[in-house]
Design a protein around this ligand. Structure first.
Ligand code: CTP
Ligand code: MN
Ligand code: MN
Ligand code: MN
Length: 354
């Protein structure tokens, strides 16, 4: 039980799947700082750190009040030394300028900073600095991709992707996932799942969509990861940053200038288009429910896995659910099936903003 004179009495579970977290985030500055670091460590494949920052951020998101000083966090679960240090810093300063660039992690950011660089123009003008392709597009589209994507823009992108999907495979399945499926008003990207009813054609669908966007001149950046999915593999005991489905990380050109509900950004003005980060993942149809649950994301989904393992002796990931006691895979065609297997009350996507 947690409470101080200034805050209401509240029990905060260490499990996000036992908390109800809406899109109202009273601690956005802190959770943004923690998530920038979490994401960088995810890219650098340092899972422990990434996990710790994600859990800390998730706990702060569930609070119905704003943290104003470290003392406010006494008694809360999942806040380690590192997270507290980050929180202390961003409660006093505001940092992490370089890590806010797509493709720039904390190591690179620190290297640049220690080398005396203080601004983007310092970096771009510095001799002997090599930017990889991802970082180049990160700087090129910095203004656009650091500007939040609105729900209306996500919808417009959905139409654009839907059009490409239909052109490749008319009866394909397309679903919005990620933060926008959780009902968020704004996001840092737009995530979709695409698959085919006919098994084995889903990867071709994905490359077809990419090809079409390219032909339309809408593809500003594309990192494509082919499928490495293997059904016999058990869900990993370890934290896995990524699943094994075919997927791509894109920067897409969204035409139409300001879509109603979009933010007013200096760059958008008069230009008639903006760049948006888009993720597409393409699981086989029989893995759809697991992929949808996984990609709907947030800390909630990570804690579902932790809960499954710790409390049910089951292994859950983006591909499958395995019961270690019964030694069998549990089938699911919907998310509700998966919650039921886990003996959990179903929680709607918009209550999963942990
Ligand atoms: N994901 C993944 N591998 C990645 C990136 C994302 O598997 N490299 C999946 C994860 O399951 C994650 C989900 O996609 O939980 C959504 O991730 P992301 O788009 O980063 O976050 P959102 O919750 O959509 O929030 P945002 O508005 O910041 O995009
Ligand atoms: Mn997203
Ligand atoms: Mn994100
Ligand atoms: Mn994403």
């Amino acid at each position: 039980v947690y409470g101080t004179s200034s805050t209401p009495l509240l029990t905060v579970s260490q499990y996000a799947c036992k908390r109800r977290t809406t899109t109202v985030n009273n601690n956005k500055i802190l959770t943004d700082a923690l998530e920038v670091l979490a994401e960088s460590y995810e890219f650098k494949e340092i899972p422990g750190r990434c996990l710790a920052f994600r859990r800390a951020s998730s706990v702060l998101k569930s609070l119905p009040w704003a943290v104003r000083c470290l003392r406010d966090t006494e008694g809360l679960p999942c806040l380690g030394e590192h997270s507290k240090a980050v929180m202390e810093k961003s409660l006093s300063f505001g940092n992490a300028l370089f890590t806010s660039v797509f493709g720039v992690g904390p190591k690179t950011a620190e290297k640049w900073y220690r080398g005396g660089l203080r601004s983007f123009s310092d970096v771009l003008a510095a001799p002997g600095i090599h930017l990889n392709r991802m970082q180049q597009s990160g700087f090129l589209h910095y203004g656009d991709i650091s500007r939040a994507v609105s729900k209306a823009e996500a919808r417009a992108l959905g139409n654009l992707i839907d059009e490409a999907v239909r052109a490749v495979t008319p009866d394909a399945v397309l679903a919005l996932t990620g933060g926008f499926r959780r009902g968020k008003e704004f996001g840092h990207d737009v995530d979709f799942i695409v698959t085919t009813r006919e098994p084995g054609k889903e990867e071709k669908l994905l490359t077809g969509i990419i090809e079409r966007l390219k032909q339309q001149g809408l593809l500003l950046y594309c990192e494509y990861n082919a499928s490495t999915f293997d059904m016999v593999k058990l869900p990993s005991h370890q934290f896995e940053a990524m699943d094994h489905f075919a997927k791509c990380f894109l920067i897409v050109r969204l035409e139409g200038g300001r879509v109603e509900g979009g933010l007013h950004g200096a760059e958008g003005d008069g230009r008639g288009w903006r760049a948006v980060r888009v993720d597409l993942v393409s699981p086989p149809m029989d893995r759809y429910a697991f992929a949808l649950l996984g990609w709907t994301g947030s800390r909630f989904e990570r804690d579902l896995r932790r809960f499954a393992r710790a409390e049910r002796r089951m292994l859950l990931d983006n591909h499958t659910l395995y019961d270690k006691t019964k030694k069998e895979f549990l089938a699911a065609t919907t998310e509700k099936d998966i919650f039921a297997h886990l003996g959990l009350e179903y929680i709607e996507p918009w209550q999963r903003n942990a």
